[in-house]
Design a protein around this ligand. Structure first.
Ligand code: NAD
Ligand code: UD1
Length: 333
């Protein structure tokens, strides 16, 4: 078998997926411009697996550089993680988001076509369900996205579906992630937010580390059991395993398939705080703050399709996610 290209493979989800693929005996090539990651991730992946992925420092929007990579390596399949992902920033800088996310996907797709690579897995997001009613089923009509980041995911999904429709030899898998959290149990790779974290788990970890004095809980008057929002948190190593299953499936099929990668369980913000405190034997000071504009009260996945078709199911519990997130945070300091 040839090699698997991971665009954005130095990032949070890509690095964990690189570990899962290398441990399954696959050869991994990473292309990343390090705009939201660092080169030492390559060494850390090597330390964990005993195998170092090939690394190309490059912008995936650079068609010539990407074509050179495809000429040098025999790429059987690509997993496209590269892109910008901060929701708030996408509202402030929509053109940068449309440019980077759409351009990288189009450039990859064109380069794959020119070099005869037929298999593509794409990092989509539960955000494409908009304000539909959970549990979100893959065949639900996707909703209206509330920000440019979400629209880039929605648009790239559409582009990939159209490309696979026009070329029946293509195999495309769209993976809709729910809320990836936690880190590799070694504590060597994990999520490194730049600046003040927007997402809950990195923020909680920084409160635990004493970098922030308390967590603001965004709203406690939602129509949920304890009034705070419910999300489907999934351990990043479970998510990484899902990519391996999706890849095996895609290498064996043609056309487009969509899979949710979530646990199917909603946890509230207060439950996350409690689980973090219990798993790590510490206290997370928090205050109730006004709701965050654009937040959905409840979001969780229907997981039956991934289980039935891919034979994949998330295994790790919220306590595991909290323990591994804190283990990584401690090693960062
Ligand atoms: P990340 O920022 O940690 O990783 C993305 C990587 O892509 C980074 O290493 C960055 O340097 C690189 N990159 C960005 N633009 C590039 C370009 N033009 N050329 C080359 N490299 C480029 O993000 P992540 O959390 O690992 O997310 C991976 C993918 O999954 C993204 O597409 C993201 O939108 C999607 N996703 C993430 C989440 C989440 O909660 N983390 C949820 C749903 C979907
Ligand atoms: C965010 C993104 C979403 C993306 C998802 C996964 C927004 C509006 N949405 O959603 O598009 O797909 O991440 O990457 O950013 N919370 C607090 N205090 C905090 C931080 C968060 O109470 O300091 C709450 C939020 O209100 C929410 C929950 O924690 O209820 C989870 O928040 P977050 O981690 O940002 O994920 P999402 O809201 O699901």
């Amino acid at each position: 078998m040839g090699k698997i290209l991971l665009t954005g493979g130095c990032g949070y989800i890509g690095s964990h997926t690189a570990v899962a693929l290398l441990e399954a005996g696959m050869e991994v090539v990473i292309a990343d411009n390090l705009s939201n990651s660092s080169r030492d991730v390559i060494d850390r992946i090597g330390t964990i697996t005993g195998k170092k992925p090939l690394f190309y420092e490059m912008d995936v929007c650079d068609g010539e550089a990407l074509s050179r990579l495809f000429s040098q390596e025999k790429i059987d399949a690509a997993i496209h993680f590269a892109g910008y992902k901060a929701v708030g920033e996408s509202v402030a800088k929509p053109l940068a988001y449309y440019r980077n996310n759409l351009d990288s996907a189009l450039t990859l797709l064109e380069t794959m076509a020119a070099h005869g690579t037929r298999v593509l897995i794409f990092s989509s997001s539960a955000t494409v369900y908009g304000d539909g009613t959970p549990p979100y089923q893959e065949d639900m009509r996707s909703g209206i996205c509330s920000n440019p980041y979400g629209w880039t995911k929605w648009m790239i999904e559409q582009i990939l579906k159209d490309a696979a429709q026009a070329d029946p030899t293509l195999s495309v898998v769209l993976l809709r992630y729910f809320n990836p959290v936690g880190a590799h149990e070694s504590g060597l790779i994990g999520e490194v937010p730049r600046g003040i974290p927007n997402n809950l788990m990195p923020y909680v970890s920084q409160v635990a580390a004493g970098i922030r004095d308390h967590l603001n809980v965004f709203g406690n008057d939602y129509d949920t059991p304890d009034g705070t929002c419910l999300r489907d948190y999934i351990h990043v190593t479970d998510l990484a395993r899902g990519h391996l299953k999706a890849l095996e499936y895609a290498l064996d099929h043609q056309g487009t398939e969509i899979f949710n990668l979530g646990t199917g369980q909603g946890s509230s913000v207060l439950e996350v705080i409690r689980a973090f405190e219990q798993a790590n034997q510490l206290t997370i000071p928090f205050e109730i703050a006004p709701p965050r504009p654009g937040d959905l009260p409840v979001s969780y996945a229907a997981t039956d399709k991934a289980e039935r078709v891919l034979g994949w199911k998330a295994e790790k519990k919220l306590e595991d996610m909290c323990r591994d997130a804190w283990n990584f945070e401690k090693k960062l300091r």
